[in-house]
Design a protein around this ligand. Structure first.
Ligand SMILES: [Mg+2]
Length: 258
């Protein structure tokens, strides 16, 4: 035929030498000392192997998707804005966001201690943080694309319930969430490496040294305290949430963020 296009005309090339015809199969049989049924059977079996290889490749591709672990404060939730507003309200000062160039903020030691006390004693603080809607939409697109997503925060463990409720209230799509204080992210990432990759979405530069390594990449939203990242091979800093989507190969959703 053309035996390849489905026309069932075994000697018709349709004017295109790339179509396989009966003469090609007979010539292949001559070359290998095989009959026409033997060649046909071998073609069928080889095609089956190729198709099953594609399935295997697709399976392996899905299995090799990195696990996504997302921070909350300053990543999904507008933590800085809330803290600077409440410190200004209680002190009468006029701190501005552009002054927040170190991780702990522009505050005095007493002000930092007060913020720490609020974090540890007042559940309404975490319950009422504003969501970063662009970040949440991006994380939801990542989850929808098939990446396993765990939300994990350094928040005090006593706020696990209020934090999970916040995630649900603001539509954060995830497989699980974990609130066990500062040891949560190292615990989650301990099993990950080149054979079991993970991506940590997190603003905290301290993790660049302690957690980023082969197989564990940090995608960091740029903040006023974000260092220059070129010295850290397993850290990528982004200005738009379209960038991590693009890096993960989620191009359709990434375009909508541009
Ligand atoms: Mg954070």
């Amino acid at each position: 035929m053309c035996v390849s296009c489905g026309c069932h005309e075994p000697t018709n090339t349709h004017g295109d030498g790339r179509n396989i015809i009966l003469d090609d199969i007979l010539a292949a049989g001559d070359a290998a000392g095989l009959t026409l049924p033997e060649v046909a059977r071998n073609i069928q079996q080889t095609t089956d192997i190729l198709l099953s290889s594609d399935v295997q490749a697709a399976f392996e591709s899905a299995a090799n998707r990195p696990a996504i672990i997302s921070d909350v404060d300053c990543t999904l939730a507008c933590y800085q804005e809330a803290v600077i507003a409440m410190v200004n309200a209680i002190t009468g000062k006029s701190y501005r966001m552009v002054q927040w160039t170190s991780y702990d903020g522009p505050f005095t030691a007493d002000e930092r201690a007060w913020v720490k006390e609020c974090r540890e004693t007042d559940p309404s603080f975490f319950a009422n943080l504003a969501p970063d809607t662009e970040a949440i939409l991006a994380l939801n697109a990542i989850h929808k694309a098939g990446f396993p997503v765990t939300v994990c925060s350094n928040r005090p463990p006593q706020w696990a319930e209020v934090s999970s409720q916040w995630l649900t209230d603001h539509g954060v799509s995830r497989d699980s969430d974990l609130f066990m204080g500062p040891k949560g992210k190292p615990t989650l990432l301990a099993a990950h490496g080149p054979d079991l990759p993970a991506v940590l979405l997190d603003d905290n530069p301290a993790f660049w040294m302690s957690l980023a390594r082969p197989g564990v990449t940090i995608y960091a939203p740029r903040r006023g305290y974000t260092p220059i990242s070129s010295m850290y091979p397993h850290v990528r800093v982004f200005d738009s949430w379209s960038e991590p989507l693009f890096w993960l190969g989620i191009t359709d959703s990434a375009r909508s963020f541009c």
